[in-house]
Ligand binder design. Structure first.
Ligand code: TYD
Length: 207
C-alpha cells in the first residue's frame, strides 16, 4: 500500500474493553494527527447503514447483512480512512473487517472466504497495518460485566452461543493472518491492558 499513515484496528467480542483502549490510543497519538473512528459507521452514510444493521426491529439474511457491512466499509474507507492515511495520519478504528469474518463468516455461517470476496475492494485497497485482537471469551466478559448496564442492539440480544461462535471466528482470523493480527489478553487492570497495547505496537515499530 502507498499510504503514508498507519492503520490500526481493534477487534474482539462485546464487552472486552476494546473501544476504551482504541479511544485512549487515538488520544495518546493526537500529536501525530491520529483519527479515531468505528464500524459500523464512521461517515454520515455509513452511520445510517449502522442504524439498519443494529436495529432490533429489522431482520436481514446473513448474506445481505454481510453485504451491508461490506458496503458501509467501502464508504468509510473511501471517504475517511484512505484520505486520512494519504495525508499521513494514523487511523485507529474500533472494529473492521475481522468483525465481518467473526460475526458474518463464522457466527452467521456464510464462511470466511465469502466475507473476503464481498470485501474484495477492502482486501485490495485498505487493509489494516496491524490489528489488536482483544482475546477474551464472551463467557468471561459476560461474567465480568454482570450487573452493569448494557445497551441493547440486535447483536447484543444474541445468545452466548452466538458470541462464542464469534470468538471462534476471531481466533480463526488470527490463525489465518498471523502477520497482521496480534492477540492482546485483557487484564482486570485497565492500565496493564493499555501497556500491553503500547508494547505490541512498539514491538512492531509503530510507536
Ligand atoms: P458496536 O456497537 O461497535 O459493538 P461493540 O460496542 O460491542 O463494539 O457494533 C455493533 C455490532 O456490529 C457488534 O455487535 C458487532 C457487529 N459487527 C458485525 O457483525 N460485523 C461487522 O463487520 C462489524 C464491523 C460489526
Amino acid at each position: 500500500m502507498n499510504e503514508k499513515g498507519v492503520f490500526i484496528t481493534f477487534e474482539g467480542c462485546e464487552g472486552v474493553g476494546k473501544s476504551t483502549h482504541a479511544k485512549r490510543l487515538a488520544a495518546m497519538l493526537a500529536d501525530r494527527g491520529a483519527v479515531f473512528t468505528r464500524e459500523p459507521g464512521g461517515t454520515p452514510v455509513a452511520e445510517k447503514i449502522r442504524e439498519i444493521l443494529i436495529s432490533d426491529t429489522l431482520t436481514v439474511s446473513p448474506e445481505i447483512e454481510a453485504e451491508l457491512f461490506a458496503v458501509q466499509r467501502r464508504e468509510h474507507a473511501d471517504n475517511l480512512i484512505l484520505p486520512a492515511l494519504r495525508s499521513g495520519k494514523t487511523v485507529v478504528c474500533d472494529r473492521y473487517i475481522d468483525s465481518s469474518i467473526a460475526y458474518q463468516g463464522f457466527a452467521r455461517g456464510i464462511g470466511i472466504d465469502r466475507v473476503l470476496e464481498l470485501n474484495e475492494y477492502i482486501v485490495k485497497n485498505c487493509m489494516p497495518d496491524v490489528t489488536l485482537f482483544f482475546d477474551m471469551a464472551p463467557s468471561e466478559s459476560f461474567r465480568r460485566r454482570k450487573g452493569s448496564v448494557v445497551e441493547h442492539d440486535r447483536f447484543e440480544g444474541e445468545k452466548l452461543e452466538f458470541h462464542m461462535a464469534c470468538y471462534a471466528g476471531f481466533k480463526e482470523a488470527a490463525r489465518r493472518f498471523p502477520q497482521r493480527i496480534v492477540s492482546i489478553i485483557p487484564d482486570n487492570d485497565k492500565e496493564v491492558t493499555f501497556q500491553r497495547v503500547v508494547s505490541a505496537l512498539k514491538e512492531r515499530g509503530i510507536l
